[in-house]
Design a protein around this ligand. Sequence first.
Ligand SMILES: NC(=O)c1ccc[n+]([C@@H]2O[C@H](COP(=O)([O-])OP(=O)(O)OC[C@H]3O[C@@H](n4cnc5c(N)ncnc54)[C@H](O)[C@@H]3O)[C@@H](O)[C@H]2O)c1
Length: 325
Amino acid sequence: MKILITGAAGFIGSHLTDRFIADGHSVVAVDNLSMGKYENISQHEDNERFEFHKLDILEYGEFRKVSDNCEIIVHLAAFKIPRYGNAIDTLVINNQGTVNVLKLARELNAKTLVASTSDVYGKNPALPFSEESDLVIGPSSRPRWSYAVSKMYDEHICLASMEAYGFPVVLLRFFGSYGPRHHLSWWGGPQSVFIDKILEREEIPIHGDGKQTRSFTYISDTIEGLAQATYSDKANGEILNIGATREITIVDLAKLIHSLMPDAPELKLKFIPYEDISKGYEDVMRRIPDDSKIKRLLGVSANIPLEEGLKKTIEWQISVRKNMT
Ligand SMILES: NC(=O)c1ccc[n+]([C@@H]2O[C@H](COP(=O)([O-])OP(=O)(O)OC[C@H]3O[C@@H](n4cnc5c(N)ncnc54)[C@H](O)[C@@H]3O)[C@@H](O)[C@H]2O)c1
């Protein structure tokens, strides 16, 4: 198949490119390199089944030109939680970008998979989150919710487009994917920052009291879910959680990472009040997926133990730092 991936030079997109190329498909990789890196996918540049186009998906004309004959679109390009401002980028890119992707999907009559997020479940206290759970977010005066709102809009416009125009869509709610090539900042998730701070022999910054929980999904498990959702018609028209079900507090994550790192200095945690992150910042206190739907439909579950995934990630992050010096 000829598969178009938006956000292909990012964390998830680059691993998905590797997977589709390994499975024998052709990949049209699109990214404006605002957050991703060409070196995440440059290993394929001599492969005749791979092409890369540096372009902004908000520019429909350019985007349309490179997409001829694509049978599948996987839409990953997006901006994430605006912790430090720039909610405008999150709202505009995530909405107009998805509208452009759907316009293209309609022209190509292509099956389209769109990245959503566990953040849409927001503050719902009923755990674990199943795809039919209520989406409970905070007030519009708190910019951090603009990410969840943008993805909720994406979900609705995707399902409405499928109903109106007939091409299949699949919505994927990712839960904390991590691993090699994740961004080396909060953009990549807390595990990325914690590993870096330990390597720097600095204090580990913990937002709030650190008792908030998350689940962390090793990238190969995320990719397996995405690949099976691409290949199977059973996913068409569905919303699917993709995530590991082990719940861990952020403080325990910091301690676990510290215990797995060679030559780590004494553990030092620095607690940062939410108000210091941004005015009125609200966190999600617990987050765990119900993974029964993706298991039932596609036979997929996240199996890589957290310790194993973190060890591989730590090794990769150490090697990146060595190459930087
Ligand atoms: N990583 C996770 O744990 C996670 C969790 C929930 C949801 N998601 C969603 O999955 C998707 C991929 O996430 P990721 O972690 O790989 O993020 P990422 O930032 O590494 O990748 C996104 C890519 O999109 C590109 N991009 C952004 N705006 C663009 C534009 N206008 N035109 C073209 N390219 C553009 C960026 O340069 C980047 O390479 C996103 O939609 C994200 O919201 C990820």
